[in-house]
Ligand binder design. Structure first.
Ligand code: ADP
Ligand code: MG
Length: 239
């Protein structure tokens, strides 16, 4: 059996200290295998975003270990963690700040360009990522000439461009209309089916249905887990 892409062990996250201390995560264990999409659900304040930030090395836990492809993040220099975030991890958040003077395809290719990829390969990977969110036709347009939903899809394509093996998405569909949200979920599912692993934080049970497994958080603990049952209509759509 291959090592999990992500392994969180006894993760505790506390913010503040003394009387005002908040325990956001109170001992979480979670593994994500290649080809597996795990949905994380739970009320506001249950620790979902804290969990995702820690999984992606954006925040350090108070205690516990984070391993990505078997490598303990605590043993890496900040530089190595940053490199991992550029190459292995894909973060999908709600905010999207595109560079206005770059076209859609240039915006999407930016992380790879910064990583020193050759120009032709950057363009090829960026076009593939744009195709994944149904934006091939808009590749040459500037952000100002795109609708809000299209701009968000460009940002999401940029978040997953290239060979990222672990995709972390924090309510990526929160601000999207249902059509755009479905395009994004379909793209995410396709990447997972090609062998990436993913964690999808969502409020919406219909979106969680795209996952293989659902983890429910309550007060920073895993309260329940279930196998997601994908409705037939969704399955047909992804085949
Ligand atoms: P969720 O994403 O499920 O809404 P969060 O991980 O954002 O949950 O928050 C979990 C708890 O930790 C909440 O009580 C929240 O107020 C608190 N919290 C989150 N981030 C911080 C922070 N930077 N400083 C202090 N408290 C925080
Ligand atoms: Mg949150």
């Amino acid at each position: 059996m291959s090592a999990p892409l992500l392994r969180l062990t006894r993760i505790v996250q506390e913010y503040g200290s003394g009387d005002t201390a908040v325990t956001a995560l109170a001992g979480i264990d979670l593994e994500v295998a290649p080809g597996e999409l795990v949905a994380v659900m739970g009320a506001s304040g249950s620790g979902k975003s804290s969990l995702l930030s820690i999984a992606g090395g954006l925040a350090k836990p108070t205690s516990g270990t984070v391993e990505v492809e078997g490598v303990d993040l605590a043993g890496l220099s900040p530089k190595r963690v940053a490199a991992l975030r550029r190459t292995t991890l894909g973060f999908v958040f709600q905010d999207y700040n595109l560079v206005p003077t770059l076209t859609a395809v240039e915006n999407v290719g930016l992380p790879l360009e910064l990583d020193g990829w050759p120009r032709r390969k950057v363009r090829q990977a960026a076009l593939e990522a744009l195709a994944g969110v149904d934006l091939t036709d808009q590749a040459g347009r500037f952000p100002d000439d795109l609708s809000g939903g299209q701009q968000q899809r460009v940002a999401i394509a940029r978040a997953v461009v290239g060979p990222r093996r672990l995709i972390l998405a924090d309510e990526p569909t929160g601000a999207l209309d249902s059509h755009t949200g479905e395009i994004v979920l379909r793209m995410l599912r396709a990447r997972i089916d090609q062998g990436a692993g993913g964690v999808l934080v969502t409020h919406d049970a219909r979106h969680a249905a795209w996952a293989d497994r659902i983890v429910f958080l309550r007060d920073g603990r895993v309260a329940d887990q279930s196998v997601a049952s994908r409705p037939e209509s969704l399955l047909e759509g992804t085949r």
